[in-house]
Design a protein around this ligand. Structure first.
Ligand code: NAD
Ligand code: DAU
Length: 355
């Protein structure tokens, strides 16, 4: 039994990790989340009553509150997922990205260093700080090649630059202070509980509501998709068995153009809801994202060979599960699209978006 402090546990990936940990292990989980527009406790309803689950509504930038949480809960490990994560928002307003992703990670590292420094020798060497990051730090690929762990950093958006900064901070705290860290860089996730401003859930919900499906540019940008539960399993494996100071790339081996993804969603929607068919007629080409990275693709051979990880879902099976989940869980959808999200959407996109 381990005590794992998870930052950003009310978000898309963090909540998937927590659901797995509570349902499949005896570990204790302390979820530290500020509950921004992207954090939703409804995503944790199935595990919230567990005696092994604790929630702390705290900003990771608040050093005092974070120190209090470490003191009270005495965790054996940290999985750091809290971040601002949407590239479009980072273009419209980078400030919160710099604050949470850079200053927040710095603040957390300092709190952890203080806490870890006072642990007994045994606890000290078993402690882990797992930094969860993105493949976007590597920039954009041409038609060929893959991101490997030794690919040079070339972040292109304010979001990816802030995540790259946080990766460098984590590396430095290991190199200089000896903090036992592991870092993972993952490709695009999809699945249930994904906030509907990202491509896949946005397209599913707009298709359901007969609204335009806004494809940026020509729709030929390529992403490497991974089902969120496969990512969560990979993160748990790296926390348990990853080598200290190492980086592991995680990806699904599912390269698709955005247009391919949207057409596949439309095909599934046509089966579920024939009265709306053909949903592909809703596809609308809109202005491209500034600085839009063309292609991401991960070489996941290191985590496969060292730790024996491989994804369980194919893109088709994962996407079918995902569309089915959004179709069945309208209460979750209604809850997340209320409040601040609505205001932001109106201001930045007008009614081109989900409403
Ligand atoms: P998300 O946007 O769904 O959730 C982020 C969570 O962090 C939210 O619950 C939010 O309330 C919380 N948070 C934000 N600022 C905070 C702060 N200052 N203090 C405390 N909590 C705060 O994000 P996600 O998609 O689940 O991503 C989780 C992590 O995984 C991020 O670090 C992201 O960079 C990384 N990642 C995401 C993907 C992806 O495809 N979604 C892929 C690779 C890596
Ligand atoms: O690669 C990992 C990253 O994947 C994570 O680090 C980020 O947190 C996560 O948001 C995601 O970033 P992307 O920018 O790739 O995801 P998004 O869903 O915003 O966009 C996916 C692709 O779809 C991208 O090429 C832009 C395009 N797109 C997106 C939206 C929201 C559209 O064509 N139309 C849209 O409405």
């Amino acid at each position: 039994m381990k005590k794992i402090l998870i930052t950003g546990g009310a978000g898309f990936i963090g909540s998937a990790v927590i659901r797995q940990l509570i349902m499949e292990t005896n570990d204790v989980v302390i979820n530290v989340d500020k509950l921004t527009y992207a954090g939703n406790l409804q995503s944790l309803k199935s595990v919230a009553d567990s005696s092994r689950y604790y929630f702390e509504c705290v900003d990771i930038c608040n050093a005092e509150a974070m120190a209090r949480i470490f003191h009270e809960h005495q965790p054996d490990a940290v999985m750091h997922l809290a971040a601002e994560t949407h590239v479009d928002r980072s273009i419209a307003g980078p400030a919160t990205f710099m604050q949470t992703n850079i200053i927040g990670t710095y603040t957390l590292l300092e709190v952890v260093r203080e806490y870890w420094g006072k642990l007994s020798p045994g606890c000290k060497s078993n402690f882990r700080f797992h930094h969860v990051s993105t493949d976007e730090v590597y920039g954009s690929l041409g038609a060929t090649g893959f991101f490997r762990e030794d690919t040079a950093y070339q972040p292109n958006s304010p979001y990816s630059a802030s995540k790259a900064s946080s990766d460098h901070l984590v590396r430095a705290w290991h190199h200089t202070f000896g903090l036992p860290v592991v870092t993972t860089n993952c490709s695009n996730n999809y699945g249930p509980y994904h906030f509907p401003e990202k491509l896949i859930p946005l397209m599913i919900l707009n298709a359901r509501n007969g609204k335009p499906l806004p494809v940026y540019g020509k729709g030929d940008n390529i992403r490497d998709w991974l089902y969120v539960d496969d990512h969560a399993r990979a993160l748990r494996l790296v926390l348990d068995r990853g080598r200290i100071g190492e980086v592991y790339n995680i990806g699904g081996g599912n390269e698709k153009t955005n247009l391919e993804v949207v057409y596949l969603i439309c095909t599934i929607m046509d089966e579920i809801c024939p009265q709306g068919a053909p949903h592909a007629s809703l596809i609308t080409y809109v202005q491209d994202r500034p600085g839009h990275d063309h292609r991401y693709a991960i070489d996941a051979s290191k985590i496969a060979h060292e730790l024996g990880w491989k994804p369980q879902e194919t893109f088709e099976s994962g996407l079918r599960k995902t569309v089915g989940w959004y179709w069945a869980n309208t209460d979750w959808v209604d809850a997340v699209i209320s409040g601040e999200y609505q205001t932001w959407i109106q201001k930045n996109y007008g009614d081109r978006r989900l409403s």
